[in-house]
Write a protein that binds this ligand. Structure first.
Ligand code: ADE
Length: 359
């Protein structure tokens, strides 16, 4: 529990005064609209403020209200999200927007408990919306807040374990301001983002350096305790860009994975790197493409890091000769350049098409 020497009220006073002097005037702090707050929190779960802000604005320009998002096509939503990664978050937002419109007449539930029942809203996001939009006194604990709490209060439990989470939640419950929970949560997040930073925090100017456990024992780098990450799996993706005239063959990914709903090319996964398509297992479709077209290896290979995967991606480009025609296997379809421009694609594919001067 919080040190006897430190009352939550005193902590809050100091925190709020730090916040009022130091916080950044971010767009989503100037609204109590739960839709906008929700959007900002989902974007900020995966991106830094500087990269996330243009997406936030672009999204709101296209879908100013939850009704607009609910009415949108998933394909267009994914296209706007392109480059942010974690596309399931965009798909979940779209799904939940429809639920809010269809089941709640477009009004967001007003408590963290009710909000966290919605798809894609975890404890953190639900608490953030409930406090920022509706003034509920619940603590929103994101990675920043875990770090601040672990260091100041010397909490050594693993923040990723269930017990650890409970311990942090219990202390946060004591700390959260009942007068102004929104400012309390924004301030904790901001304090972690710009003062109590992960590496080399400037503790000399910290308002809590008189009470901070980590500062007293010089263990800022050891806190918070986080269990080891899952091993990163290597995968080798061999993409074949099939071109006929100016059109390229693309397919919508239907598999339940991170790129579901995005468009990619004909894909053969291999156990290791391959230097030539001959090294791939026998594949009739590929043989036909190779027979009817001219193969060109894209010289550059790409490495794409995901949370638990390292993708090694190699592209080959097969231009079908003008006198030939190919039957595409189910799923693949030829799209014109204009259509391809508007399709949602993994950023890697967008980059390739730009580097190859196709787009
Ligand atoms: N990161 C997550 N939520 C945030 C917020 N509301 N402001 C700034 N950074 C954040």
């Amino acid at each position: 529990m919080i040190s006897e020497h430190l009352r939550a009220i005193d902590f809050n006073k100091k925190l709020k005064s730090w916040y009022l002097k130091n916080h950044r005037p971010l767009l989503w702090r100037q609204t109590t609209d739960p839709y906008k707050i929700w959007l900002s929190e989902i974007i900020l779960q995966q991106t830094r403020v500087a990269q996330g802000t243009p997406y936030y604005q672009k999204f709101l320009d296209n879908y100013p209200t939850v009704f607009d998002l609910a009415n949108a096509d998933e394909r267009d939503v994914l296209r706007l999200w392109q480059g942010l990664g974690y596309y399931s978050r965009a798909r979940n937002m779209h799904f939940t927007a429809r639920q809010i419109v269809n089941d709640f007449g477009g009004k967001f539930p007003e408590t963290a408990a009710a909000l966290s029942k919605l798809k894609g809203l975890g404890h953190y996001t639900a608490a953030a919306i409930a406090s920022f939009a509706f003034g509920e006194a619940v603590a929103a604990i994101d990675g920043n807040v875990y770090r601040v709490m672990a260091r100041i209060f010397g909490i050594k439990s693993d923040m990723l374990s269930n017990e650890g989470k409970k311990e942090f939640a219990a202390i946060a419950k004591e700390l959260v301001s009942h007068e102004d929970p929104a400012t309390y949560n924004q301030a904790m997040i901001e304090f972690g983002a710009i003062q109590c930073v992960p590496v080399s925090p400037n503790c000399a100017i910290c308002p809590f350096n008189d009470i901070c456990y980590a500062f007293a024992f010089n263990v800022q780098n050891a806190l918070p305790v986080k269990s080891k990450k899952m091993a990163v799996k290597k995968r080798f993706l061999n993409y074949f860009v099939i071109q006929q005239g100016q059109d390229l063959a693309m397919q919508e990914r239907k598999t339940k994975d991170i790129w579901k709903g995005l468009y990619d090319f004909y894909l053969i996964e291999s156990a290791g790197p391959v230097e030539s398509p001959d090294e791939l297992p026998e594949n009739q479709t590929l043989q036909t493409f190779l027979m009817k077209g001219n193969l060109r290896e894209v010289p550059k290979s790409y490495i794409h890091l995901l949370t638990h995967q390292k993708l090694h991606v190699q592209f080959w480009w097969i231009k079908i000769r003008d006198e030939e025609s190919v039957d595409l296997p189910i799923g693949l379809k030829f799209f014109s350049k204009n259509e391809i421009e508007t399709l949602p694609k993994p950023i890697l594919i967008d980059t390739l098409l730009k580097e190859e001067k196709y787009l």
